[in-house]
Structures are given as structure tokens and as C-alpha cells.
Design a protein around this ligand. Structure first.
Ligand code: BGC
Length: 738
């Protein structure tokens, strides 16, 4: 068998020819994704592959072993079909980039595409040809540990960045043999797990599913993603792994997807645990008829599909369609020419170009939340001594974040190392860990930290969360800084010297109780291998911060869910009608406090809104204007604005465009992001930005679930965050339905 990438019109013929030659068992084999043994080929796996019972292997990155597995598939199995070799290449491989939510804070699709491309090259060097990424679940609950893996809370931002990642991974996959197949996950609704507890139930009205959770998946499908992974979660009573509305109606019938869908780890037998089925055989049946092509890790397809087909409960036609979906992708990947991997053609770990890209991404992902009196950037000319305090200042592995199976901590440069290098002998550096870990309860190390801070001109504190506190199954019910970190901040604040807080964490933390006790907050997420140089450059003004929040930061955990694109309610809160619990006098009349939608102890605003991020200069927005006052459905409108760098430093800004449809047949969010542009301006420079808005960008799914743009007046704003106040209006003149 010759395996080469065929032109698309021949591809279906090739798939058909193959299916004709395959036994039912061989077809089922293509649907089985099994776990590797980690560095060797057990006899049982060798026999299974040679017998055509396995179509894909995950978690095997020892190159010699991968090459041997592929050799067995190609040379010893009857049809010689190569294997898919899957791995979680989530934010880098050996070189680690910022965690995905940090990458989303760059609002820079080009950088993200490049990061995925470099990760794909490093992974392909280990024989990996398929990544379980990007994760594009909408993340609106920072208690959920997997918010770290998301591209944030917004459907538009996540869609644009999802497409960038898919392109980055897959580019060259078809012809050059260097790209790898992507797999968007988790289809769908996983981010809405109740109370932010992983794997929990989700209840999402279909209209919200379509308007909020599905757009990134649709964008990825349109961009040619090879595969999708189902979610572990129960969606409105039918777990995603057996959900025909998702897998059949929406994905295949409405979107026309022709790649394959894989389950999550063991999520097929878990259908019985959910209570949808009685046993493994029924689980295999429900998943297969709902549209799940490939099973990860567990063996219910292998055990039961043949019987289900023999009993005519699953038609041969359905089995063929499932196998065809997998074969189509294998053919498109051109695996025949690349099943054997020669490491010599790939860059070696530690390649300076890769580290440099990781550094740039880390720089652009850091968000300057607060900068009182311009305390940042620090200056080597003005400081004689600097205290560096905290359990995360010098932790090569923790700065990498979650999902770094292959990340190499040896490549990490920590903030302490980078600051030492940057400062050389010019500024005396005093380092005190202060706490053993971020989650420690001992205050034993405080005295030494206090001494160092007293004896220094300024302090940088490295606090937050270790990598283990976020990621899969690592959720928190209280998202304040863990351990005694708040107490440490309070003690150091009392000294009265400039105090800069750098937070490394896998989620937004609730920082309200510390926000007034520090002079600056730089939110670095888990920045990856090059955390140190990136942070040092930002602290000392070698680079200006340019990250913007891809998620809303609540004041306190109890505000969750809190996101910018909320509905207005019938009683929206305003600064005038919000009352704080401390302001209510004794015996106050019930009507004197309240009357609108807020919390007595947290108000109605977040601590930091979506899109927020400061820098070392000021950007001013002026003269917003539309190319026309009225557009018809199907037409495009230009919205222009002038942006001026009114400060004294060159810097980058992410200009964001938001719209509101104030009257519609279903209530719409108070604002929705529809466009953004990253620009770099010199001091004093003004640039006119032009955003194109097609009326289709304003479409939404209505009561009948169909997508439509409704006529009427729209508001539009452009600015540096979701609270941009410079706005205008325009009108759409005719209704339409797709
Ligand atoms: C996760 C997936 C991941 C898979 C394979 C599961 O537990 O939910 O996101 O791709 O494991 O490692």
C-alpha cells in the first residue's frame, strides 16, 4: 500500500477502496486508541497492532519505541495502515510557552500560531503526529482548574485564537510532513461544569450552547481541524460522549465536518457511571450511534462493536462511516511517507529560536493590573538594592504550569536567575523565599523577609499558585491567594516601601483583599520556560507590558460566574443604586438597600474587567466613526478610531471593538467583542485604526435556534478594555435568516 496525500477528489475513492479490503475487525481496530507502555513495546501491543486491532496510540514519546510501533503497523499488519501517535502538546513540548489562558492574554494570533508551530516541530521530532489541543472550552469559572487550559471567556477571542493554534499545529501536515493533526476539545460545554468542579454536570440551554460555547468549535472546523474530542461532562442529561445533538446534528449535518471524533479518556465506559447505560456494551452502542468514532484508552469498542454489528444494532454503514472518518485524516496527513521519524531533520531541544518565541509570548501574556504612581518600571539607576521575596521566584518546574508532560525544567530560566543577570553588580539583590510553598501555613520565614524588605529600596514579591493547584481535577472553592500569602503581603506592606506583586497562577485569583496593599501587580500566569527573562524585562522597562485579560477577575469567589458579556437583567445595577453592607444603618428600612442586581458585600463590578491591561504609557482613543449610518443585511461597515500614544514610552496596545444589540427577539449581552487589533505606537504617535464589521458578525441564534441578523440600532465602542466608553451607533436595515 502506498500512503501519500491524495488530492481531495481521489481521497474518498482511496477511503472506499480501503474499506472494501477491510474486515469488520480491522475497521474496528481503526477506532481504538490505546495507551503506550512508555519506552518499550509490550508483546500484547505488538500483536494487537500486527493483528489490525489498534489504529492509534497515545502517550508514547520515546522515538525508538514510536518508530518500532509504526514499523509493526506498516510492515506486519495486513493492510499496513500507519498509526496516529497522540499526545497532549498543550503549550509547548520541550520548550514550554505560557499556559493557554496566558497565551490568550497576548491577544496575538500570529504569536500563538507560531508557538503552536514550534511545539508541533518539537513533538514531531518524537514521532508524535496528533496533539490533543487546542482546548477551546469557554472558561467563565476561575474555580475550575482547567481554566488554565482555555483561551478565556469570550467566544470571539477564543475563536480567533483557536484557528491560530489549529493552523500552527497543522501547517505543513498535508504536504511537508512536519505539522501534526490538531484535536479541539472538549466538545462541548465542559467549561460550564457546575460550581467549577471538574467533570461536573452542565446544564446549558441550547441557545446559549450555540451562541457562547460552540462558536470556537465551528471556527476550528471551518479552519480544517482534523479531529474533535468529546467532553467528560453530562450535557442537559445526555453525556457529551453519547450526545447525538452535538456529534451528529450540529457537527456533521450543520457544519459538514468530515474528520473524526475521539472520546476522552475512558469516557465511553463512564456513560454507565453517569447513569445513561447499564454496562459497557450499551455504552459502546450509545456512543457509536451518537457519532463517536474513536475510543480513547478503554476497550468497549474493541470488546463489543463486532457483536453489535453482527446483531444488526449498529449497521455496517455506520461502522464504515466511523472508520472512514479516521482513514480520511490518516490519508490527509500523508502518514505513509512519514511513519518513520528521523530526528535529524528537526530542531533540537533548547533551540534559541524556540526559546526566543517562548520569551516573546511570555512578555506579551503578562498583564499589568495595577501600577500606582508609576512604580513600574523599576530603574537600575534609582535603586541600590532590591528584595526578591516569595516561593515562586526560583522554581524552574512550577513556572511551567499544568500539562507539561514533556516540558524540560532544565530549559527554564527563573525570575531570580534573570534578575540576577539583568542587575549584575549594579543593584544589590536580597532573596528570601518567605514561605516554603504558596499553600504553606507557617509564618516562620516572614521575619527574614521583613528584614530584607526593610533593608532594600524596593521589593518584588513572587506569589500565586504552584502548577499543581490548577489543571485537570485541580479545582478550588476559594480562589484567594492560598496559604498565608495575604498575611505576608500585609506584613511587607506595613513597612511602607515600594512593593511590586508578580502573580504566577493557573487561574484568575480573587485579589481584592491585597490590591490596596501593593503598588503594582503584574499578572504573569504560568509563563513557561522563559518566565524569568520575560518578567525581568517587564519589571525594568526593557519591554512595556501589553497583555490584556482574556477573563474577568472577580473581587471575591462568590461573584462567580462573572463575565463581561452578561445580560442586562430587568434591574441593572449602577454605581448610584448599589449599597455596601457596611453602609446600612441599624434598623434600616428594607427598601433602602437594594433594588437592583448586585451583592451587598461585593457590589456588581469585577475587580478587573475583561480586556483590561495597563502599560508604561497612556493610550487615548478619539473620533470613533462609522463609514455609513445604515447598512443592509449582508453588507460591511467600517468603524474607524484614532489612537494616540499620549505618554512617554513606545508600547503596544490591543484596541478592542465591542457591540450591543439593545433590542432583539432574544435578549442579548450588554457588550460583545467583535474585533481587536494589536498595534505598536511611538510616544506622541497617532494611528487611525479601521475595523470591518460584516452584518453576519452580529448574527445570533434565536428562539428557533437558527442564526440570524436582526435589524435595528446597534451600539459600538472601541477602547482598551471591555469598559471602553468611546462609542457611536449605526443601524441595520433588513432582517435575514441563513
Ligand atoms: C483529558 C484530556 C486529555 C486526555 C489525554 C483526559 O483526562 O481530559 O484533555 O487530552 O486525558 O491525556
Amino acid at each position: 500500500m502506498i500512503w501519500d496525500p491524495d488530492p481531495e477528489d481521489l481521497l474518498e475513492e482511496r477511503v472506499r477502496e480501503l474499506l472494501e479490503r477491510m474486515t469488520p475487525e480491522e475497521k474496528i481496530g481503526q477506532l481504538c486508541l490505546v495507551n503506550g507502555a512508555g519506552g518499550h513495546v509490550p508483546d500484547s501491543l505488538r500483536w494487537d497492532i500486527a493483528g489490525g486491532h489498534v489504529g492509534a496510540v497515545l502517550n508514547e514519546v520515546d522515538l525508538g519505541t514510536v518508530n518500532e510501533l509504526q514499523r509493526v503497523a506498516v510492515e506486519e499488519s495486513r493492510l499496513g495502515i500507519p498509526l496516529l501517535i497522540g499526545r497532549d502538546v498543550i503549550h509547548g513540548f520541550k520548550t514550554v510557552f505560557p499556559i493557554p489562558v496566558g497565551q490568550a492574554a497576548t491577544w496575538n494570533p500570529d504569536l500563538i500560531e507560531r508557538g503552536a508551530r514550534l511545539a508541533a516541530l518539537e513533538a514531531a521530532a518524537a514521532g508524535v503526529n496528533w496533539t490533543f489541543a487546542p482546548m477551546i472550552d469557554i472558561g467563565r469559572d476561575p474555580r475550575w482548574g482547567r481554566i488554565a487550559e482555555t483561551l478565556g471567556e469570550d467566544p470571539h477571542l477564543a475563536s480567533v485564537l483557536a484557528v491560530a493554534m489549529v493552523r500552527g499545529f497543522q501547517e505543513g501536515a498535508l504536504s511537508e510532513g512536519h505539522g501534526i493533526a490538531a484535536c479541539v476539545k472538549h466538545f462541548a460545554g465542559y467549561g460550564a461544569s457546575e460550581s467549577g468542579r471538574d467533570y461536573n454536570t452542565t446544564d446549558i440551554p441550547e441557545i446559549e450552547l450555540r451562541n457562547v460555547h460552540l462558536p470556537p468549535f465551528r471556527a476550528a472546523v471551518d479552519a480544517g481541524v482534523a479531529s474533535l474530542m468529546t467532553s467528560f461532562s453530562d450535557l442537559n442529561g445526555v453525556p457529551a460522549t453519547a450526545n447525538a445533538l452535538l456529534l451528529e446534528q450540529i457537527l456533521r449535518e450543520e457544519w459538514g465536518f468530515d474528520g473524526f471524533v475521539v472520546s476522552d479518556w475512558d469516557s465511553v465506559p463512564q456513560l454507565a457511571v453517569h447513569g445513561l447505560t447499564a454496562d459497557d456494551r450499551e455504552s459502546a452502542y450509545e456512543a457509536a450511534i451518537a457519532g463517536l468514532d474513536m475510543e480513547m484508552a478503554s476497550g468497549t469498542y474493541r470488546e463489543h462493536l463486532a457483536t453489535l454489528v453482527a446483531e444488526e444494532r449498529i449497521s455496517p454503514h455506520r461502522l464504515d462511516a466511523m472508520a472512514a472518518n479516521v482513514l480520511r485524516i490518516k490519508l490527509r496527513l500523508g502518514l505513509s511517507d512519514r511513519w518513520h521519524t528521523d530526528p535529524g531533520v528537526f530542531p533540537v531541544p533548547g533551540d534559541p529560536e524556540h526559546l526566543d518565541a517562548a520569551r516573546t509570548t511570555a512578555v506579551q501574556s503578562a498583564v499589568l493590573l495595577v501600577n500606582r504612581d508609576g512604580v513600574l518600571p523599576l530603574s537600575t539607576h534609582e535603586l541600590e538594592s532590591l528584595a526578591v521575596i516569595g516561593p515562586l521566584a526560583d522554581e524552574p518546574a512550577e513556572q511551567l504550569g499544568t500539562w507539561v508532560f514533556d516540558g524540560d525544567p532544565q530549559l527554564s530560566v527563573t525570575p531570580l536567575q534573570a534578575l540576577r543577570e539583568l542587575l549584575g553588580g549594579s543593584v544589590e539583590l536580597r532573596y528570601v523565599r518567605g514561605m516554603e510553598m504558596t499553600r504553606s501555613w507557617s509564618t516562620e520565614g516572614f521575619a527574614e523577609a521583613v528584614d530584607a524588605v526593610r533593608g532594600s529600596d524596593a521589593t518584588v514579591l513572587f506569589l500565586g499558585e504552584e502548577a499543581i493547584l490548577s489543571g485537570e481535577a485541580h479545582c478550588r472553592a476559594d480562589i484567594r491567594l492560598p496559604g498565608v500569602q495575604e498575611e505576608l503581603i500585609a506584613e511587607l506592606h506595613a513597612i511602607g516601601k515600594p512593593l511590586v506583586l508578580v502573580v504566577m497562577a493557573g487561574r484568575p485569583l480573587a485579589l481584592e483583599s491585597v490590591v490596596d496593599q501593593v503598588d503594582a501587580i503584574l499578572y504573569a500566569w504560568h509563563p513557561g520556560s522563559m518566565a524569568g527573562p520575560a518578567i525581568a524585562d517587564l519589571l525594568f522597562g526593557e519591554q512595556s507590558p501589553s497583555g490584556k485579560l482574556p477573563v474577568t477577575f472577580p473581587r471575591v469567589t462568590g461573584q462567580i460566574p462573572i463575565y463581561y458579556a452578561h445580560k442586562n437583567t430587568g434591574k441593572p445595577a449602577t454605581p448610584e443604586n448599589v449599597v455596601h453592607i457596611d453602609e446600612i444603618p441599624r434598623g434600616a428600612d428594607h427598601h433602602s438597600a437594594g433594588g437592583s442586581s448586585f451583592h451587598l458585600d461585593a457590589g456588581h463590578t469585577p475587580l478587573f474587567p475583561f480586556g483590561h491591561g495597563l502599560t508604561y504609557t497612556e493610550f487615548e482613543y478619539s473620533d470613533i466613526r462609522t463609514s455609513r449610518e445604515v447598512v443592509s443585511v449582508g453588507e460591511t461597515l467600517a468603524v474607524d478610531v484614532d489612537v494616540t500614544n499620549a505618554g512617554g514610552r513606545e508600547a503596544e496596545e490591543v484596541a478592542q471593538l465591542y457591540v450591543r444589540d439593545p433590542v432583539a427577539s432574544v435578549t442579548r449581552p450588554v457588550r460583545e467583542l467583535k474585533g481587536f487589533q494589536r498595534i505598536r505606537l511611538a510616544p506622541g504617535e497617532t494611528r487611525t485604526l479601521s475595523f470591518e464589521l460584516h452584518t453576519d458578525d452580529l448574527a445570533f441564534h434565536g428562539r428557533d435556534m437558527r442564526r440570524r441578523t436582526e435589524p435595528g440600532r446597534f451600539h459600538v465602542w472601541i477602547g482598551g478594555s471591555s469598559q471602553a466608553h468611546l462609542g457611536t451607533e449605526f443601524e441595520i436595515s433588513h432582517p435575514s435568516e441563513e
